[in-house]
Design a protein around this ligand. Structure first.
Ligand code: F6R
Length: 260
């Protein structure tokens, strides 16, 4: 696990976009794992800017979302399918048919979850997975207690997550209780995971998953077992890390050829 501490969200967006740009230039048909929420927005803004200003090409790329609410009507502006379309894929030239998400409106959710796993596999697996982290340490919507080997399935949100996400809805009563999410095992299959955390409200979760024990109570801690996990944090999110100085020193002295 590599921890990179940067001054703020803009620098995080630029560095993450560098890694994604390098990937799509090396492998034009790259498979990108897409997260919603606030954390990845600076990445999407920077990729959209590079597409617009520099012609960064996503025409052969594919995207797979991490998760989706259950019970929102199709086309609901806060459904993750819509959010991903609005915040990222409509702003670059990924073909709409190459953008996939778990189907939270399927009559048979279990079958839909299996189909989603199959679709990721058929695409060749995720090359680079963008992640945020919840204040309770969730990634995707794998809430505390999720099996570290879990696959795409239905989960129930804990109240804190519903409160955290209420800002996107008119009222907390509108935040669904259920979601479908890639499992921790699904996320761990991605070749590179790039997690972004910003703000003091993430400091405890970052400390827990980076430096605490690997345990289902903090789902993101499973990333300690990933062979290529990059954690991009701002100063506030890094403020509780014990080894912050070591992470800074390591990154400052990293040979440039290594990339992220
Ligand atoms: C979103 C997702 C969640 C968020 C997490 C952090 O697709 O899977 O795990 O990444 O809830 O959300 P923000 O970035 O809004 O703080």
């Amino acid at each position: 696990m590599e921890v990179v501490i940067l001054p703020g969200a803009h620098q995080i967006g630029v560095l993450a976009a560098d890694a994604i740009e390098a990937l799509v230039r090396r492998k034009p048909h790259a498979v990108l794992g897409l997260a919603t929420g606030s954390s990845p927005l600076p990445i999407y803004d920077e990729l959209a800017r590079r597409h617009e200003a520099e012609g960064l090409d996503f025409s052969q790329a594919q995207g797979f979302s991490l998760d989706e609410y259950v019970g929102l009507e199709p086309g609901h502006p806060e459904s993750y399918r819509e959010v991903i379309r609005r915040e990222f894929t409509d702003r670059v030239n990924i073909a709409p048919e190459n953008v996939h998400g778990p189907n939270g409106a399927a009559p048979d959710l279990e079958a839909a979850c299996q189909e989603y796993e199959d679709a990721i596999k058929a695409a060749g697996g995720v090359d680079l997975q963008i992640l945020g982290v919840g204040t309770d340490g969730h990634i995707g919507f794998n809430e505390p207690g999720s099996s570290l080997a879990s696959r795409t399935r239905i989960k129930t949100l804990i109240e804190q997550t519903r409160k955290d996400n209420a800002r996107f809805f008119d009222s907390i009563d509108d935040v669904p209780h259920h979601v479908v999410t890639q499992g921790l095992g699904t996320i761990m299959d991605a070749r590179h995971v790039l997690l972004v955390a910003t703000g003091a409200q993430k400091a405890q979760a970052v400390r827990d998953f980076v430096e605490g024990p690997v345990a289902a109570i903090c789902a993101a801690s499973v990333l300690q077992l990933h062979p290529h996990a990059t954690i991009l944090v701002d100063e506030a999110a890094a403020s509780s890390l014990k080894l912050a100085d070591y992470y800074r020193h390591t990154y400052d002295n990293k040979p440039e050829w290594q990339g992220l």
